[in-house]
Design a protein around this ligand. Structure first.
Ligand code: ADP
Length: 443
């Protein structure tokens, strides 16, 4: 409600008061005393209301003004009106800030607002988690004192924010963040940090992959080219050398063919959307076919290879993929175990899971290599692996096949004792005996 202030009304009130005081003074023949008394009362009245007004403004918890007469009612209502208007505005502002904060919290990136003095004005939850900022403790602290990586500091002070910069996270160096700064408003900066670890890794993997494939192809191609350059002058070349050259050329082209085939297998598995639960695979039969191939490969090596196979244990899966995984592990054991070694291949049921393992008594693999063996083109001993015709993709294929079948390759190895490569399939992948509904059992 609006209370208009009227000077005239107020003066009339004061005037009326003094008329009464003067009349009383005249009646009692004490005009001066009556005026002095009246003025003192008026002063006291105003002082009392000023005191109440002061208490209401500063100390009272009540918003509504007390009921007071005349001029004071106007003052109280005016202040009350301003208070209500401010309160409404404050509420609106709070709602807006809340909405903005909720929106920023929902952002998938760490967000920090920085003022013209590089001090943090606000940051969202992700900035606290990913950049290690503390809230509200870090409010008002310089952002370049908290994110201290030299690359970030250089970017922050450069003032050139057209391009983002990639910097390791202050709370976890394994993570890479892309920082982007956007100036806005009056000298404020919006700092957005996005986790690009996976993208960076993918980019690095792509670069490594291209470099590795080129490198793998370059060696056999160099050998082939070297021999081919000699071919026009074969008259002077001794036949024995020519025979050796042709043999070498054949083995190098086989190596390239092998590499390309394995790359194709790998990309087929990666792109495969075939469902593993549909077709049963007769693993014992598959293993006996692999056994024949293994015996051929083992002719020069002369290892003792024992196959301990549960003849009834079949699983659901993708036959071509499983054949690739089983044979890679068995052929690796033959290739990397010094002759004459002992290799045991097991396919049986363990705790309800179908379990496969290849154990050899070779030289063993140093522990630092174990985690990296399934990386593409990773080899423990490059020269030896090339001699065996290995592309460095075998275990990578095994890993992908097993991931596709919800399993994982386990590798244990001890120097001078040997290595064991094994994996298990979950009981859901085991083929049930149709007549009993139970898992098929040996013997
Ligand atoms: P490759 O095609 O070169 O054999 P793999 O991916 O199959 O590549 O194997 C990677 C590396 O792991 C091999 O180069 C070899 O050094 C090591 N390796 C694999 N199997 C064995 C094993 N049974 N014993 C010792 N080392 C092995």
């Amino acid at each position: 409600m609006y209370y208009p202030f009227s000077w005239l009304k107020n003066l009339l009130r004061i005037g009326g008061f003094y008329v009464i005081v003067i009349l009383i003074g005249l009646y009692f023949d004490a005009l001066a005393i009556a005026i002095a008394f009246g003025s003192t009362w008026l002063l006291g009245f105003y002082s009392w209301h000023m005191y109440r007004f002061n208490r209401w403004i500063w100390h009272s918890k009540k918003m509504t003004p007390p009921k007071v007469p005349g001029f004071w009612e106007h003052v109280y209502e005016g202040v009350y009106y301003i208070q209500r208007r401010n309160r409404r505005k404050r509420k609106e502002l709070t709602r807006m800030v809340k909405r903005f904060r909720e929106g920023s919290e929902a952002l998938p990136d760490a967000t920090v607002v920085v003022d013209s003095n590089a001090c943090i004005v606000w940051c969202n939850r992700l900035a606290r988690i990913e950049l290690g900022l503390r809230w509200p403790q870090d409010s008002g602290r310089r952002v370049d004192n908290l994110i201290r990586h030299p690359k970030f500091i250089e970017y922050f002070h450069s003032g050139k924010y057209d391009y983002p910069v990639e910097v390791p996270s202050p709370s976890n160096v394994q993570k890479i963040f892309e920082y982007r700064i956007m100036p806005y408003g009056e000298d404020h900066l919006l700092l957005i940090a996005r986790d690009v670890t996976r993208l960076t890794q993918l980019e690095q993997m792509r670069k490594d992959f291209v470099a590795n494939v080129s490198h793998e192809l370059r060696t056999p191609l160099t050998v082939l080219n070297g021999y081919l350059e000699m071919l026009p002058n074969t008259e002077n070349v001794p036949p024995a050398f020519l025979k050796k050259a042709l043999g070498e050329m054949r083995s190098q082209s086989e190596r390239m063919q092998n590499l390309v085939e394995e790359l194709l297998v790998l990309s087929r598995i990666e792109a495969s959307s075939e469902r593993v639960f549909e077709k049963p695979v007769n693993v014992p039969q598959m293993l006996s076919a692999i056994q024949v191939e293994a015996n051929t490969l083992n002719k020069d090596k002369g290892h003792q290879i024992d196959f301990d196979i549960d003849a009834s244990l079949k699983v659901y899966g993708i036959e071509t993929e499983l054949r690739s995984a089983f044979s890679n592990l068995i052929f690796n054991a033959i290739n990397y175990t010094p002759s004459p070694g002992k290799i045991v291949v097991t396919w049986n049921r363990q705790d309800g899971h179908a379990h496969f393992s290849v154990k050899d008594n070779g030289e063993g693999i140093p522990e630092k290599h174990l985690n990296r063996l399934t990386e593409r083109f990773y080899r423990v001993d490059k020269a030896r692996s090339r001699k065996t015709g290995g592309s460095g993709l075998g275990l990578s294929i095994v890993k992908h096949v097993l991931t596709h079948h919800n399993s994982k390759l386990e590798i244990t190895s001890e120097i001078g004792v040997g290595s064991e490569f094994s994996f298990s399939f979950s009981s859901e992948l085991s083929v049930q005996n149709p007549s009993t509904g139970k898992l098929e059992k040996t013997n």
